[in-house]
Each structure stands twice: as structure tokens, then as C-alpha cells.
Design a protein. Sequence first.
Length: 160
Amino acid sequence: MAEELIISTSDDKAERYRSLLPQIEALVAGENDLTANLANIASALKYGMDYFWVGFYRVKGHELVLGPFQGPIACTRIAKGKGVCGKSWKEKKILIVENVEEFPGHIACSAESKSEIVLPALKNGAVALVLDVDSDQIADFDEIDKEYLTQLIRLIELKL
Ligand code: SME
């Protein structure tokens, strides 16, 4: 396991992801406890990419329940189809929201969150959890985040 996260200060977001992802891969290699891995991934992503909030919601029955995260306290339960996370779960789709105030039904856990990306992770074809990343800047997420966070989701799916 890596002892210390090396945080890239590059202005190039893709470069920061390219520095971070192999470190995350090393961090979870050899550890099979899902909570431990999700906790370290949330921390690595929060500090490595400097986003406002990074965390996981796990599917438990008919709702999502807050899992490991880094950032301010957050709502604990989200119904299927509700908010960005619930919609990503229901539609099994990656959602990028440029301005949360313009997303109907957005669940505001913090007034400081301005944009977000949510990606579902699947086990046996069903969504097992979603990764939610929030920014305090409008329109902070794009195809670069989608590309690299999808790689991260593939890694997580191997551990589910
Ligand atoms: N905004 C999310 C809820 C989770 S918090 O942002 C941490 C949503 O609308 O699903």
C-alpha cells in the first residue's frame, strides 16, 4: 500500500487524474474490504483532485445509503429516482450536472455545492453503489472527469 499520496499540481486535469489513478490502484491492491477501499478512494480523490465533496452511496433495498465520503456532512438516505444520485441509480447512467440549481429535484446537502458528477458501479448487472463528486464551482465536470472516473469505477467494480 502507498504510504503517502503524491498530489499533482498540474494545471491539466487529465494529468492530475493520470497521476492519481495508478496510486489509487496501488492503494486498493491487496485489500478486499469494500468499506476500507471506498474510504481510501474517497480521500484520495478529494485530496488528489481538490473537489468539494467526494463520496459513495450504496444501494440498500429501495434506497441509497451514505457510505464512505470526504467533505461536509451529507444526507444519509436517497430514494430511487430522487436527486442526481437516485436518478443515476435508476437510469444506470453517468450524470453530469453543470448547475445543481437547474437540476429538477436536486438534493442539496450543502449550499456550497454548485456542480456534480455521479457514476453508477454495477455488480451482476445491477447498480451496487454510486460515486458522487461535488464541486463548489459551476460546470466543473466534463468529459475528462467522465473518462477518468469511469476508469475508477471499473476498478471499484472489480472489488464489488
Ligand atoms: N446532490 C446529491 C445528493 C448527495 S450530496 O450532494 C452529497 C443528489 O442530488 O443526489
